[in-house]
Design a protein around this ligand. Structure first.
Ligand SMILES: Cc1cc2nc3c(=O)[nH]c(=O)nc-3n(C[C@H](O)[C@H](O)[C@H](O)COP(=O)(O)O)c2cc1C
Length: 400
């Protein structure tokens, strides 16, 4: 089905997440690439996530025996080979028809966890079949509570132990890039995008032969919902009234872990815990929802303070290097998460591309741990490995 060679050969010249991004950009029509890479409005938050991570510095330590480094971690009872999980992403079928299944397999091979989105083109069943025990399910609070309950029941039947709820999806964002391309369900591209898409025949073939035309996680009359039906389904079911009461109600009907995603303030971190969450996911949706807020790495320390060890803390937003994972952990996250690196890996080289994203980030993390004098990820949280704020450093007195 795919024209892209898979396996090691396909990714032999990929050495960074940015290499994957460049490869993906060549392979995808501009409207798809911009859907993945773009953010809300002026993309201030999107850029700030990266800028704040870049500004965060780490202290080099020397003459520490770090010959035996490993990056194993654990989160909510799941052991990981590296402190990184895949953030939930909807509609990955636009990148490649193997979509979530390919990334979930890559995550399982890497000893990570894949969070399945309700907006996925693949069903939760397919994904957990591909990566047993390595899938968390994001659920949405639909207007029709029976639909939400069916999703919870499916997760339970599949042995999924963790549900993720995004708190930041009640309001639809405005993404200028998508509006210019006419991206939507169904897409209404202007002529220049029709031409650009035609110039990507490999992508067109995969789109036509693949499952991109269905929204696989929900069914209508016993069959997968078609893309052109998705907009109407959403209009009927999207719920703008979801509140903390829904988290409390979920707590009373779900015995497994609950993680609330989109936590950017101490107040919300406390509310999440009060309403029964086992984990808080510090996230600004990778800058795709609300523009003009803090970067996640800036919001993280205050959230960690408010959580005070009562829940697991996950952070995503701009993670592109192993050092970024180290920065998140040194500021108190238990694990980091990333979205676009895996979507870009998928677009660049299907499962091999997603696997390469894991390999690159794992290798880079082990390297930076060596420079930090850390042999285990737990040591990254220790004070002498703590990140140094670039601004404070500049202000610091220089000792001659
Ligand atoms: C294509 C795409 C689709 C996404 N879909 C969802 C989704 O369905 N649910 C959700 O909570 N977040 C979604 N997100 C946000 C990610 O979960 C995550 O917060 C974000 O990508 C992290 O930033 P990063 O891409 O810089 O790693 C999506 C992100 C992308 C790039």
């Amino acid at each position: 089905m795919t024209a892209i060679p898979t396996g090691e050969y396909a990714v032999r010249d990929i050495h960074s997440i940015d290499d994957l991004r460049r490869r993906a950009k060549r392979r995808l029509p501009a409207m798809v690439y911009d859907f993945i890479e773009g953010g809300a409005l002026d993309e201030l938050t999107l850029r700030r996530n990266r800028e704040a991570l870049d500004a965060q510095l780490l202290p080099q330590r020397v003459l520490v025996d770090t010959s035996q480094r490993h990056a194993t971690a654990s989160i909510l009872g799941t052991r990981l080979d590296l402190p990184l999980v895949v953030s939930p992403m909807g509609l990955l079928t636009v990148c490649h028809p193997d979509a979530d299944v390919a990334i979930a397999r890559a995550a399982a091979t890497a000893g990570s966890v894949f969070v399945h989105s309700p907006w996925s083109g693949c069903s939760l069943e397919e994904v957990s079949d591909a990566a047993p025990g390595r899938v968390w399910a994001q659920i949405a609070f639909w207007t029709d509570d029976a639909e939400t309950q069916r999703h919870i029941d499916r997760a339970h039947a599949l042995g999924v132990d963790t549900l993720v709820i995004a708190g930041d999806v009640a309001v639809s964002s405005k993404r200028d890039r998508d509006l210019r391309h006419g991206t939507g369900m169904p897409p209404r591209p202007p002529l220049r995008d029709v031409v650009d898409t035609a110039l990507h025949p490999g992508w067109v073939m995969r789109w036509l032969l693949g499952r991109s035309m269905t929204w696989g996680n929900y069914s209508l009359d016993g069959r997968a919902i078609r893309m052109r039906e998705m907009e109407a389904w959403m209009e009927r079911n999207e719920n703008q009234t979801a509140s903390w009461d829904d988290i409390a109600r979920l707590r009373s009907r779900w015995k497994g872990n609950i993680v609330v995603k989109g936590i950017m303030t101490q107040a919300d971190a406390r509310l999440a815990i009060e309403h029964g969450a086992d984990g808080v996911f510090v996230s600004n949706h990778g800058g795709r929802q609300f523009d003009g807020q803090l970067a996640t790495i800036e919001a993280l320390p205050a959230v960690v303070d408010a959580v005070d060890g009562r829940a697991a803390v996950i952070m995503d937003g701009g993670i592109r290097r192993g050092a970024d994972i180290a920065k998140a952990l040194s500021l108190g996250a238990d694990v980091a998460a990333a979205g676009r690196p895996f979507a870009l890996g998928l677009a660049a080289a299907a499962q091999a591309g997603a696997t390469r994203a894991f390999e690159v980030l794992h290798d880079e993390l082990l390297t930076v741990m060596g420079f930090l004098g850390a042999t285990r990820v737990e040591e990254l949280a220790a004070a002498d490995c703590g990140a140094v704020d670039a601004f404070d450093e500049a202000e610091a007195e220089v000792v001659p």
